[in-house]
Design a protein around this ligand. Structure first.
Ligand code: NAP
Length: 208
């Protein structure tokens, strides 16, 4: 996308649990920024994931602080505590609407993992979401894209065309793997920014 031919402002919202954030996420956001001509990418760690009742996720504030550390060196990136601070379950529709109010007239690209998007039909007001913003589904190497394509096949073409796919080799890194490595005392160096690694050590995250 050539920025000179772009008239509207484009904003990426990078949504995920980020438990913890790693280079796969950062490479994904940078790739989406370049490919879709985004002016800025806002990383939004989910506060209380509505679809994970009973699932133990690290404290939202820790996940937010790690996200701030991770994005600090990129002038096009920033982190938002919007979901961390909003009480109740973190619904994407509420986040997208809040961002639209803050930045009237921008076109929003919601970037997240293809795994998460496979469940989009269960999300609150998913049909409205697919109308008011575009989605970028980031896939790991070897990901079976046909599953997502099959799931979205029944959508009207106007909605279907709002989902793009992006293969990101760096997503071979996963948060689950990092948590397991810390738990098992194995190294996590070079999988995530040093500042995040230090935060994990200093706050003894994932060791129990
Ligand atoms: P998740 O558990 O964090 O991740 C699901 C999968 O996608 C994992 O494999 C994850 O890899 C990958 N992933 C997550 N975020 C990514 C990103 N930004 N870029 C690349 N890969 C990513 O995801 P989730 O919590 O289910 O949901 C993701 C987003 O969808 C969040 O913003 C969440 O709030 C939203 N969501 C909304 C609703 C709703 O509104 N009802 C319901 C479900 C999800 P890693 O483990 O390595 O991160």
């Amino acid at each position: 996308m050539n920025k000179e031919h772009k008239t509207e402002r484009r904003l990426g919202i990078m949504g995920g649990t980020f438990d913890p954030i790693h280079y796969g996420h950062l490479v994904t956001a940078e790739g989406a920024r370049y490919s879709f001509g985004l002016d800025r990418v806002i990383f939004v760690p989910s506060g209380r994931p509505p679809h994970k009742p009973g699932y133990i996720v690290s404290d939202p504030l820790d996940r937010y602080k790690m996200t701030c550390l991770a994005v600090a060196s990129n002038p096009f990136f920033c982190a938002s505590a919007i979901e961390v601070e909003r009480p109740g379950p973190s619904f994407t529709i509420d986040t997208v609407r809040a961002v639209m109010q803050l930045y009237p007239g921008v076109k929003i690209y919601f970037i997240t993992g293809a795994d998460a998007l496979l469940e989009i039909f269960k999300w609150k007001d998913f049909d409205i979401l697919l109308t008011i913003c575009s989605f970028v589904a980031a896939t790991r190497p070897g990901y079976r894209l046909f599953e997502l394509r099959e799931k979205t096949a029944s959508l009207p073409s106007g909605l279907k065309q709002n989902i793009s796919y992006m293969e990101v080799p760096a997503l071979a890194i996963s948060s689950t793997e990092i948590r397991q490595r810390v738990h098992g005392g194995r190294p996590i160096k070079y999988l995530l920014p040093e500042s995040v690694e230090d935060y994990i050590k200093n706050n003894k995250l994932y060791s129990k």
